[in-house]
Design a protein around this ligand. Structure first.
Ligand code: FRU
Length: 482
């Protein structure tokens, strides 16, 4: 208890100490969830509980690096206005001394059960892992119950990020894993009471997985049903870039299939990336009372030039994506910005009918650093179209090559770097810009690009160009801090 209090006090002091620096950062975000100071990574324990949404998150309050993580906590009644709550979990006990790592939450008998990984490293750096339970009546204060299972045979201590769900009166858990032969895997566990867990084997990946060698570790698995299919989302580590695919250090994506709860088996198809941008990792979903499958992801990737972000000198690092709703369309997961986000719009849309012939244009009132744009009825004849956001980034579509490109000015050395995907036809675009982030949704969420960007803060221009002849209807809203 004493250690817990100490850690909390130290964390709050650190936040206080850095408050001004964080507030003064021109790249501080207006409507994205970010840490009050320090580093934020994975979304954890995302749940709607007693009519309130809770999003916990991996938090290192003391520095903009990784280490002994806390669970920070945001809550919201509408998924738009969020309140920063007191620390949910501090790494105070022996079984979590190097971090209360990622996990999930489920409601049980009116209480919130949070499962997370206790990370422990000994003096030689050897890793131990404990899957732990903490119970809460109000989703704010947790009673730690400690580890609830042993590490299964055949797996290394890279075993973490439990995601729990209830199905047919039983509980299941998927955990990110690595086999003794160093293959990434998603492990399945089962329980009747959430206390005793039995290992059911490998669900996907592993030594004989359908995907073949698919990296050395799967992080943050999440299995859920969507429109009659069972989707396994996970973040594999160790894939080599392949053409325009797998360009980031680590990936985040999914397979579609059928889960058999009796046999504990999962048949699935090929892996697809969930996002094509520079910064998207460790997504987590939940089901809300409207039956929607909601997703948040970390807008960052581990080990990807993290200390070079300009926000580091303002003592904070990383943020969450906007919340999205998942849909399954023709076997592909689409991500759609939550409709509640319309509340961020200040006033009416500015609407213009755009016709460009070999020119660059900007439109009065269409500028800013917290903006939503929507382009519908896109038609491109000859060449390509593009939209540039200050000197921070540019999106380009070329119907000739079918390539959609996001280019950004690298925050490491200022050079131009790009991410791409193939898209047969581009009919609409929706873009969410915040001071240092961009999220681009193609054709209603069929593809998506999520990235941190750092345009010169005084350059809030938006420029529309066409190399041939391009037309569309453009809507623009200014977005405000909720
Ligand atoms: C993913 C991850 C998880 C781990 C957590 C630690 O980004 O590495 O596997 O639980 O972050 O912060």
């Amino acid at each position: 208890m004493k250690r817990d209090q100490e850690l909390r006090l130290q964390a709050y002091e650190e936040v206080e100490k850095n408050r001004r620096l964080v507030e003064d950062d021109p790249y501080r975000l207006k409507y994205h969830l970010m840490p009050p100071a320090g580093l934020l990574n994975d979304p954890n324990g995302f749940i709607e509980f007693n009519g309130v949404y809770h999003l916990y998150y991996q938090w290192m309050p003391f520095k903009t690096g990784h280490g002994a993580k806390f669970w920070g906590h945001y809550s919201s009644e509408d998924l738009v206005h969020w309140k920063h709550e007191e620390i949910a979990l501090a790494p105070s006990e022996w079984y979590e001394k190097n971090g209360c790592y990622s996990g999930s939450a489920i409601e049980h008998e009116g209480k919130l059960y949070a499962f997370y990984t206790g990370n422990v490293k000994d003096d030689e750096g050897n890793r131990e892992t404990y899957q732990c339970l903490a119970v809460s009546e109000d989703a704010v204060r947790f009673d730690k119950k400690g580890p609830v299972m042993d590490l299964p045979q055949g797996l290394t201590p890279h075993f973490r990020d439990p995601k729990v769900w209830e199905q047919d009166g039983r509980y299941f858990m998927v955990v990110g894993a690595q086999t003794d032969a160093l293959n990434g895997a998603a492990a399945l566990l089962k329980s009747t009471d959430l206390m005793d867990w039995s290992y059911e084997g490998i669900l996907a990946g592993g030594d004989n997985g359908k995907l073949g060698y698919f990296g050395y570790m799967f992080e943050c698995p999440d299995l859920f049903s969507l429109d009659g299919q069972d989707i396994l989302v996970f973040s594999p580590q160790g894939l080599e870039p392949s053409g325009i695919l797998y360009q980031n250090v680590y990936q985040a994506g999914y397979v579609v299939g059928q889960f058999d709860p009796e046999a504990g088996e999962y048949q699935h198809g090929e892996f697809d990336e969930l996002d094509r941008g520079f910064d998207f990792y460790a997504p987590q979903t939940t089901l809300d009372h409207k039956g929607r499958r909601l997703l948040f992801a970390w807008m960052g990737v581990p080990d990807q030039n993290e200390q070079e972000h300009p926000t580091v000198e303002h003592k904070w690092l990383h943020c969450m994506t906007i919340p999205r709703e998942l849909k399954l369309v023709g076997g592909k997961v689409h991500q759609v910005p939550l409709e509640e986000l319309e509340e961020l719009r200040s006033g009416q849309a500015l609407e213009c009918s755009v016709n460009l012939i070999k020119e660059n244009c900007s439109f009065e009132g269409v500028e800013g650093n917290a903006v939503e744009l929507e382009l519908t009825n896109i038609s491109i004849e000859g060449g390509w179209m593009d939209i540039a956001f200050g000197d921070g980034c540019r999106v380009i579509y070329n119907p000739g090559t079918k390539l959609f490109t996001l280019e950004r000015k690298s925050y490491v050395d200022g050079t131009v770097e790009k991410r791409q995907c193939l898209i047969e036809e581009l009919s609409s675009l929706r873009i969410f810009l915040d001071t240092s982030s961009i999220e681009v949704f193609l054709n209603g969420g069929e593809e998506c690009f999520t990235s941190r960007i750092y345009p010169s803060p005084n350059d809030q221009s938006i420029t529309f160009s066409a190399s041939g002849s391009t037309s569309y209807t453009l809507y623009k809203w200014s977005l405000t801090s909720p």
